[in-house]
Design a binder for this molecule. Structure first.
Ligand code: PHE
Ligand code: FE
Length: 289
């Protein structure tokens, strides 16, 4: 995760903002929060998350001793796709974030939420960052996608169009759905790490579910404070990677002139998988509808 405008280095952090995970310092209560969340989510996700996610969760054995020790996770993750997890104090500046991704390092918060805030938190913690993001990094295609995104992020910054590229991250890495032979499944980290959004994203009649469309996504704003009003369903992880490996130069040129699409609107070119009622969003914000 990254945030604009943060410039002060936390004491003890290196210039790449990494810190020691200090795994030995987690308390039994903190380990217990991980175990509670892990058990709840892994049971819910068995027939909801996509196979690459579930396989990654198994392969990395993220359960055993409560909060995972990055050194142990990295031995296996590195062997599978060359990725590793590094600890950071919290949100880091975009340029630092992208540089880590481009070099196959995923920056993760090391703190864990409190037992009385299992379902809501303002900043991504280690459960979101590691349980949510890291299993997908064991998939070779997704692993390449994330590294390419890091390189693309630096370029989007130089062009002043990072807000448009960030939408791609949001609607894929954080809130992406995947078409599979068994039906629509989840791969987005923001969904798999949330009990309520895991159910909402797949089952609720409110949101639109649309076929993945790169430029369309980059014209669609998103909300960070509530469930999504639209999800995009990728035909495969390979298709996701392929769509993004091309040169975005011409796309950025077109986006610079194109209007944003209101969050719950449909475009004539949309491939509608589920037409949402938007009932949830309307009930939450009557004035805004
Ligand atoms: N191909 C994109 C570019 O030329 C970079 C990118 C790759 C963006 C993967 C997102 C995901 O800028
Ligand atoms: Fe995240």
């Amino acid at each position: 995760m990254s945030a604009d405008g943060q410039t002060r280095l936390t004491p003890g952090a290196g210039t790449d903002w990494t810190i020691d995970q200090a795994w030995a310092r987690y308390t039994p209560a903190e380990h217990q929060v991980w175990v509670t969340l892990y058990e709840r989510q892994s049971a819910l996700l068995t027939d909801r998350a996509c196979d690459p996610f579930l396989r990654g969760l198994e392969a990395l054995d993220l359960h055993r001793a409560g909060i995972p020790d990055f050194a142990r996770v990295n031995a296996e993750l590195n062997r599978l796709t060359g990725w590793s997890v590094v600890a950071v104090p919290g949100l880091v500046p975009d340029v630092v974030f992208f540089d880590h991704l481009a070099n196959r390092r995923f920056p993760a918060g090391r703190f864990i939420r409190k037992a009385n805030e299992l379902d809501y938190l303002e900043e991504p913690d280690i459960f979101h960052d590691v349980f949510g993001h890291v299993p997908m990094l064991t998939d070779p295609e997704f692993a390449d996608y994330m590294a390419a995104y890091g390189r693309g992020g630096l370029r989007a910054m130089q062009r002043g169009q990072l807000h448009q590229l960030a939408r791609l991250y949001w609607y894929t890495v954080e809130f992406g759905l995947l078409q599979t032979p068994a039906g629509v499944r989840i791969y987005g980290a923001g969904i798999v790490s949330s009990r309520t959004e895991t159910i909402f994203a797949l089952d609720d009649p409110s949101p639109n579910r649309l076929g993945f469309d790169l430029e369309r996504i980059m014209r669609t704003p998103y909300r960070i404070d509530d469930f999504q009003q639209v999800y995009f369903v990728a035909p495969s992880l390979g298709a996701l990677l392929e769509a993004t490996l091309r040169d975005f130069g011409p796309i950025y040129d077109r986006l610079a002139r194109a209007a944003d699409i209101p969050i719950a609107a449909l475009e004539p070119t949309d491939r509608v998988i589920t037409l949402g009622s938007q009932a949830y969003a309307r009930a939450r914000a009557p004035a805004a509808q």
